[in-house]
Structure formats: C-alpha cells, structure tokens
Design a protein around this ligand. Structure first.
Ligand SMILES: O=C(O)c1cc(=O)[nH]c(=O)n1[C@@H]1O[C@H](COP(=O)(O)O)[C@@H](O)[C@H]1O
Length: 279
C-alpha cells in the first residue's frame, strides 16, 4: 500500500497526531538520562512504548541522533526498525535538500526497503528548486514511501524566502504547493507527497493564495504546544483542508516523561485534542 493510503488508514484508526522524538540535551537531563547514545536509546524506547497504538506516526529528528556521531545514528536505525515492528509509521525528520546524484544518495538512504535508515517518509527542503527533489519523489513512488516537502515552516525566519514572489507572480510557497498538488492529483484517499505547514503561520496560507485542499496530500503541522499554537491557530491555518492534517507535537508530549504511563496519557490526550479540532 502506498504511503498516503497507509497514513490515511493510521489517522482514521489512531487520530491525527504524530509524536516528535526529539531527544534534546535538556529533555534527557530532565528525564534523568545521560546525554549519550545510551541515554538516547532509553529516551526513544520510552517514547515508542508510550506512542504505540496511540497515534498515527512518530517523527524522530535526525539532528538529535547525529550529534552523537555513529553511535547516535545506530540508535536512529534502532528507532526506525522498532517503530516498524510496533506498527508506527515513521517520518524521518532530516530536512534534506541537494542536487542530482547527491539528492539521489539521500533518497537511497531513507526510502529504499532494507536500507539501514529506511523510513516510511522523510522531510525534504525544496529551496534548491522543487525539481531538485525528483530523485526522492521517484524513489518514494517506486517503493510506496512518502515525502514531506517544507512549504510554510513554523519559524518566523521562513517567511523571507517562502512568502517571496516568484517571477511568475506566485509566492514561492504556492509554487511548492502547486508542484505537490500536480503529483498527488487524482490519488485516493490521498497522495504520497505531503507538505510541512506550521500551525504558527497565521493567515499566510490564505494571503498567499494557497489552496491546501487541492494539494491532496498529508499536511504535517508542527508548532502546536511548545511553539505556542493551539486549536484556534490550527483552524485558522487549515480551514477546509483539516481532514488531512497530521499534527506534530514533540516537547508538548515529551515533557510528560520519563514515566511511560504518564507519557502514554499525554499522547492520548494530545491525540484526542487534535482529533476534536480537525474532525
Ligand atoms: O519539519 C519539521 O518537522 C518542522 C518544520 C517546521 O516548520 N517547524 C518545526 O518545528 N519542525 C520540527 O518539528 C518539531 C517541533 O518540536 P516542538 O516545538 O517541540 O513540538 C521539531 O523537530 C522541529 O524540527
């Protein structure tokens, strides 16, 4: 089954929450864990135990694993493999973007079955030109994987690039959305190419003339919780495209740890809250 269909089924079953696995040094300390690969592993396993069966997907952020070098990357491999065993879809948050054969290399790292870092989907940056993503889009299509393309990011600095007007008069983020829509066109229940649209972007979607419903793909939305967005912001940003929104929460859920039962309650509460806004 293709990624879009798998994610739609997981969201129907478990609700529209993605739990971000972001083992910040500060969170490791708050959990009483060492800032080492062993600490990362204990942290990640607790999050997976709490998340399994309680949300649609998990999003390990590669940065927090890579800062521990090869030992950290080995933990990331473990997280991706264990998620698969637990039936949790993975969004590997690597925000990759490069050209030609280098993009091909990144795509082969994450989107080929059996690769050590195989994930169900990966985040990518289109800001070397949407066409530079072709190797990842092609491999995803070949192997039933997904790609989440950064469109309107949750950080305030993103606007200087993403709101800029392209030579044809469209905003840069609108070009990204149109490219994704063209690939997803006609897919049922939705396509495999998602967008990242922060819940903190206010009226930008509307102002830039972006039709998120027409994208016909999953809309990964970080920014809820620790970055300040809540129900009102989600409603403002997503309007009639709410049904395909996958809300990410990292610190908002992770701060309930290290106790797995308390974490589990936080996952279920966040999932129910997201469902009540988006359904
Ligand atoms: O691609 C992302 O996931 C992402 C895009 C974006 O625009 N903003 C954003 O915060 N993220 C990621 O989403 C997570 C947000 O974490 P919290 O703010 O703790 O919920 C981090 O892993 C960020 O890297």
């Amino acid at each position: 089954m293709a990624f879009g269909a798998q994610l739609a089924a997981a969201m129907d079953r478990h609700g529209p929450l993605c739990v971000g696995i972001d083992p910040h040094a500060g969170l490791l300390a708050a959990w009483g864990l060492p800032d080492t690969a062993d600490g990362l592993r204990a942290f990640s396993d607790a999050v997976l135990d709490a998340a399994a069966g309680g949300c649609a997907a998990v999003k390990p952020n590669a940065a927090f694993y890579e800062r521990h070098g090869s030992a950290g990357v080995a933990v990331l491999e473990h997280v991706l493999g264990r998620s698969r065993e637990l039936g949790l879809l993975t969004v590997l948050d690597a925000k990759r973007g490069d050209i030609g054969s280098t993009m091909q290399g990144y795509a082969e790292s994450y989107l080929v079955p059996g690769a050590p870092l195989e994930a169900d989907s990966v985040t990518v940056s289109p800001y070397l030109g949407f066409g530079s993503l072709k190797p990842a889009l092609d491999l995803a299509a070949e192997h039933g994987k997904g790609v989440f393309v950064l469109a309107l990011t949750s950080n305030p600095e993103g606007a200087s690039v993403q709101h800029a007007i392209a030579p044809d008069g469209r905003a840069v983020a609108a070009v990204v959305a149109d490219e994704a829509a063209a690939i997803n066109s006609g897919a049922e229940p939705m396509g495999d190419i998602g967008l990242v649209v922060g819940a903190t972007v206010g009226d930008a979607v509307h102002r830039l003339g972006i039709d998120l419903d027409r994208v016909n793909g999953p809309l990964l939305s970080p920014g809820v919780g620790a970055q300040g967005a809540g129900p009102a912001e989600l409603s403002l940003v997503f309007g009639n495209a709410k049904a395909r929104v996958l809300v990410n929460q990292s610190r908002g859920v992770l701060s309930a740890g290290p106790d797995v039962e308390r974490l589990r309650t936080a996952v279920l509460d966040a999932s129910a809250a997201a469902a009540s806004i988006l359904r």
